[in-house]
Ligand binder design. Structure first.
Ligand SMILES: [Zn+2]
Length: 238
């Protein structure tokens, strides 16, 4: 089941004998995929059933605007569109989706709250965490809803067009990214490793930090490190 099916709590898709071109779930012939894809849609590899002309109501919804036009953020605040004519597209936000609950949004200003959710994801319930950076691409339909049996079980999050496993190594890298961010600034965490940064970090944390710095440097080209760069919090922010 794709994460799109978590967008509306307790939604049941009508089964009309057709299948959704994106997620492959049974659906009716009510909606045509071509009415929802922009001219620039090229993500055919992400489609489970690309020969079907039909799209289910949840995948269709995920390509449009948030219904009702209001996004509720992780910190409880809300965002409304500037005008009634301009809706808020799902793609502009990060999302925490959980079965039976309304979607909760996040922006770059909510890294701390997003990290809290990622450290304590829903257990024994379908959920999906989608993290947008650019706001340029539709992301929700790319990820499967997941269920984990207990806290600490690894799971995948969608970060832009890549999927990142949230496991012990991720949290170790994020901890290192936080410390690098505290010294050189969050914006520079993903800059290529260099001796100037290493020296500044060792001045701050001692020579033993060289091992951690190199651990991050060896992984700086990975999606995991990119997500850590996105979520890193310098001392003064955390
Ligand atoms: Zn679908």
């Amino acid at each position: 089941m794709r994460a799109t099916h978590l967008l509306v709590p307790n939604h049941i898709e009508p089964d009309g004998g057709e299948h959704c071109c994106i997620c492959g779930c049974p659906t009716s012939a009510a909606l045509k995929g071509r009415d929802y894809f922009g001219d620039t849609f090229r993500d055919y590899r992400e489609m489970q059933n690309r020969l079907s002309p039909y799209i289910c109501s949840m995948c269709a919804l995920s390509l449009k605007d948030v219904p009702g036009g209001v996004v509720t953020y992780l910190d409880g605040t809300t965002k409304t569109p500037r005008s009634e004519k301009r809706g808020l597209g799902w793609r502009f936000f990060s999302w925490v989706l959980e079965e039976g609950k309304a979607p909760i949004g996040a922006t770059k200003a909510h890294c701390k709250e997003l990290r809290d959710v990622m450290a304590h994801p829903p257990v024994e319930k379908k959920f999906a965490i989608i993290i947008a950076d650019s706001g340029q691409k539709q992301l929700i339909y790319r990820l499967d809803a997941q269920v984990i049996p207990s806290g600490g079980t690894p799971y995948l999050v969608q970060f832009e067009t890549e999927q990142v496993l949230i496991n012990a190594e991720f949290w170790k890298l994020l901890g290192i990214a936080d410390r690098i961010a505290s010294v050189v600034g969050k914006m520079r965490v993903l800059e290529p490793a260099n001796y100037l940064f290493l020296q500044k970090c060792m001045d701050a944390y001692g020579e033993s930090f060289a091992e951690d710095y190199l651990y991050f440097a060896q992984r700086e080209e990975t999606a995991t490190a990119r997500l850590c760069g996105f979520l890193a919090l310098a001392d003064k922010e955390s």
